[in-house]
Design a protein around this ligand. Structure first.
Ligand SMILES: C[S@@+](CC[C@H](N)C(=O)[O-])C[C@H]1O[C@@H](n2cnc3c(N)ncnc32)[C@H](O)[C@@H]1O
Length: 375
C-alpha cells in the first residue's frame, strides 16, 4: 500500500516539476505576517509555533530538515516544550504530526536529521518512519574538552540505576518506506525514473540502448539497477537519461539532478561513520541550554546538501543551524517559539559570515522592529 501511495506522489511531482527551490525566501516570507522576525534573500526567521508555520510552507521546497526538538525525556524547565507532555505517547504523536509536514515540504532529494535523547530514539524512529524511511541512527558521543568533564562533576554515582546517558542520537531519514523485499526498497529516484520510462512507453533495454549504459550482467543493465534503487546514476548518466526521456512528449520536463538525487558528499579526509565525537558547546553567557556545535551542523549540511539548497530548522533555538547553513552558502529557514531565542536566531542570521557574493544589502533585508523601538 505504502509503495503505491509513494508512486502516486512521484507521478504528481513528475507532472508538476516543483521549482520552489528557485523562489527566494523573501518571496516565501510573504505567506507569513507578523511572525516574520527577519528575512533577506537567503534567510527567513519566524517567531511561531512551528507546526502551524510548517503547514504554510510549500510542497517540495526544502532540501534539508535539520532540527532539534525538545527531548521530552530530559524535562528541562529552561527549554520550551520539554515538559509539555504527560505521556511519552503524546510527545511521539506530536512529532508524528511534524513528520507528516516534513514529508510534504521535503524535496525528493531531501534528507531529514532529528536530534533526540537515546531514551526516546527507538520509539521516535518508529513514529517518524510512518512518514519517512530511516537511513541512520547516529550516535553523538559528546566528548568533553580536557579539564571539562561536566558529567563527572554533576553525577551522584550511588543514585545511578542505569549507565549515565552521555550520548545523544541523530535520526536520519529520506523519502520512502521501511521494507524488506526488493520491490519495496525502490528509492524515490528509482520510482521517478520508472514512472518517466513508463510514460515514454519504452522498455528498460530500449532506454539502456539509447543512453549506452550497459550493465555487466544483463542487457537492461544500469537502468534496472537505478529503477530498483540499488544504486544511482552519475550526473552525466542522469543528464543522458533526462535528455532521452524528455524527447517523449508524454514525459515533459524532468527534475534536475539536484532535485532528484539525494546528496551524500563524503571524502576520506572526514569521518564518514555513524559515530560522531564533536565536543559539546562550552558554557558562555547567553548560550542556549541545548546549543549544538557549529562544526557538527556544518558536517551535516556539507554532506547532505548542494550549494544554494534550503535548510530548515523548526526548533531553531540559538539559530546555530541557520548560521551553519548561511556560512556554507545555503539558504536557511529558522522557526522558534521563544522570543529570546528568536532574537538570537536573527542575530545569527545577520552576523553569519556568508560567502561574499551572497551578503544581502541592507535595503534587501527586513528586520522586524522590536516592541521598544515603536515608542
Ligand atoms: C533543543 S532546543 C534547540 C537548540 C538548537 N539546536 C541550538 O543549537 O541552539 C529546542 C528549541 O525548540 C523551541 N520550541 C519548542 N517548542 C516549539 C514550537 N512548538 N515551535 C517552535 N519552537 C519550539 C524551544 O524554545 C527551544 O529553543
Amino acid at each position: 500500500m505504502a509503495v503505491r501511495a509513494g508512486t502516486g506522489r512521484i507521478r504528481r511531482v513528475l507532472v508538476d516539476v516543483a521549482k520552489h527551490s528557485t523562489a527566494s525566501l523573501k518571496a516565501m516570507s510573504t505567506t507569513f505576517g507578523p511572525e516574520v522576525a527577519y528575512t533577506d534573500d537567503r534567510a527567513l526567521v519566524l517567531e511561531a509555533d512551528s507546526l502551524e508555520a510548517l503547514r504554510r510552507i510549500p510542497d517540495s521546497s526544502v532540501s534539508l530538515i535539520l532540527t532539534d526538538p525538545p527531548y521530552h525525556s530530559t524535562k528541562k524547565a529552561n527549554i520550551a516544550g520539554d515538559r509539555n507532555f504527560e505521556e511519552d505517547e503524546l510527545f511521539l504523536d506530536w512529532l508524528g504530526e511534524y513528520a507528516v509536514e516534513w514529508k510534504r515540504i521535503l524535496k525528493l532529494s531531501g534528507t531529514v536529521y532529528v536530534f533526540c535523547a537515546s531514551e526516546m530514539s527507538a520509539r521516535l524512529e518508529t513514529k517518524i518512519a510512518e512518514s519517512l524511511r530511516p537511513i541512520n541512527h547516529i550516535v553523538w558521543t559528546k566528548p568533553n574538552d580536557p579539564g571539562f568533564d561536566g558529567w563527572r562533576g554533576k553525577t551522584k554515582i550511588s543514585a545511578l540505576r542505569q549507565w549515565y546517558p552521555h550520548s545523544e542520537r541523530l535520526l536520519v531519514f529520506e523519502h520512502g518506506t521501511y521494507g524488506s523485499r526488493e520491490a519495496y526498497r525502490r528509492s524515490p529516484m528509482g520510482e521517478y525514473l520508472l514512472a518517466a520510462r513508463k510514460r515514454a512507453g519504452i522498455s528498460m533495454i530500449e532506454l539502456t540502448e539509447i543512453i549506452g549504459a550497459y550493465g555487466k550482467v544483463n542487457r537492461g543493465g544500469a537502468v534496472a539497477n537505478w529503477e530498483a534503487g540499488r544504486n544511482i546514476p552519475s550526473r552525466e548518466q542522469y543528464e543522458k537519461l533526462k535528455a532521452a526521456l524528455e524527447a517523449y512528449e508524454a514525459v515533459g520536463e524532468m527534475l534536475s539532478y539536484e532535485d532528484l538525487i539525494r546528496p551524500m558528499q563524503l571524502s576520506r579526509e572526514i569521518n564518514y561513520t555513524d559515530v560522531w565525537d564533536f565536543p559539546s558547546v562550552r558554557p558562555f553567557k547567553g548560550k542556549h541550554p541545548a546549543e549544538k556545535p557549529l562544526d557538527m551542523l556544518k558536517h551535516i549540511i556539507q554532506a547532505s546538501t548542494y550549494p544554494d539548497d534550503v535548510v530548515l530548522d523548526c526548533f531553531a533555538g540559538s539559530g546555530s543551524s541557520l548560521r551553519a547553513a548561511l556560512e556554507l552558502g545555503r539558504s536557511a529557514i529558522g522557526i522558534e517559539i521563544e522570543p529570546q531565542w528568536v532574537q538570537r536566531s536573527v542575530d545569527m542570521a545577520q552576523s553569519a559570515t556568508r560567502p561574499v557574493s551572497e551578503t544581502p544589502g541592507v535595503e534587501e533585508a527586513f528586520v522586524r522592529p522590536s516592541p521598544d523601538s515603536l515608542f
